[in-house]
Write a protein that binds this ligand. Sequence first.
Ligand SMILES: C[S@@+](CC[C@H](N)C(=O)[O-])C[C@H]1O[C@@H](n2cnc3c(N)ncnc32)[C@H](O)[C@@H]1O
Length: 310
Amino acid sequence: MTTADRYVAFAREARGVSSAYERLSEAVARDDELLARIDTLPSAKRQPNLLFAVVRLLGGPVTDPAAFRGYALANWAAIEAEMRVRATQTNEPGRCAVLLPVLASLPQPLALLEVGASAGLCLYPDRYAYRYGDHRVGTGEPVLDCAISGTAAPARRPEVVWRAGLDLNPLDVADPADVAWLDALIWPEHEHRRERLRAAAAVAAADPPRLVQGDLVDDLPALAARAPRDATLVVFHTSVLYQVPPPRREAFAEVVRGLRGHWIANEDPDVLPYPALPEPPPDGFHNVLALDGTPLAWNRGHGQALTWFG
Ligand SMILES: C[S@@+](CC[C@H](N)C(=O)[O-])C[C@H]1O[C@@H](n2cnc3c(N)ncnc32)[C@H](O)[C@@H]1O
């Protein structure tokens, strides 16, 4: 896939979700001068979302393609330096709304271990409130909206007695610089997600998660061994494995299958080897939710809809 192809694919992913990024990505895909600059970076650093978030972080324009182009060319050295040291670590607590039906169905209480946790905001499914259509679960902030179909909304939140996260580069919600990066990663029009980030960060800051710097293959067994034995261990991950090379994904699946407890994966359908999946709903990109290797449902990337398999 050429860099231009990646930007065309991202424009397609952004369609209906962020018209600003759709336009920007289409414009970059046609811009030989910008593409040549981007191609000086290692392949993993050429991601559209990384470029756009860095420009947002630096205060550059991301809604008008011509203004973006002018800014990017004039400030390329600063942009490139940030892109080399940063990674897309979007932390989306809205994904807890997708995890909740599975978490609530497991024997309680739970010990949650998230791999690829970023700042750990998905480690608090028991503290957020949910709205599945007319059905509310829990109270407080943030309130996570999810259109659910094909299964019942959960009756209650899970009971969590232990939580821990593993990440190559854990972010700290108490550090304004890390929160600024998490904010920059949110797409321009998504003000509701910015509010959600602030509310979820307040929940996490009040009772900070145990976040360990490490790799999801090499360091998972040691962290899992620290979970209490009298709780159901749940190892989970959302939107992580697309960042992991295929042989390491396989190694991870082998490690996690060897642990006690349960494994919840919520990932791009291409990253884990599932048998035939039903057609995804027509409206945009969907992840696959799976329990212990069995795929269960499609869901939208930020947790806004969950469609159980028929
Ligand atoms: C896109 S973020 C998703 C964060 C969170 N799971 C969520 O859904 O909000 C992916 C995270 O996975 C982490 N990551 C990528 N490869 C990893 C690895 N080999 N081991 C541990 N963490 C990894 C990244 O650092 C990043 O924080």
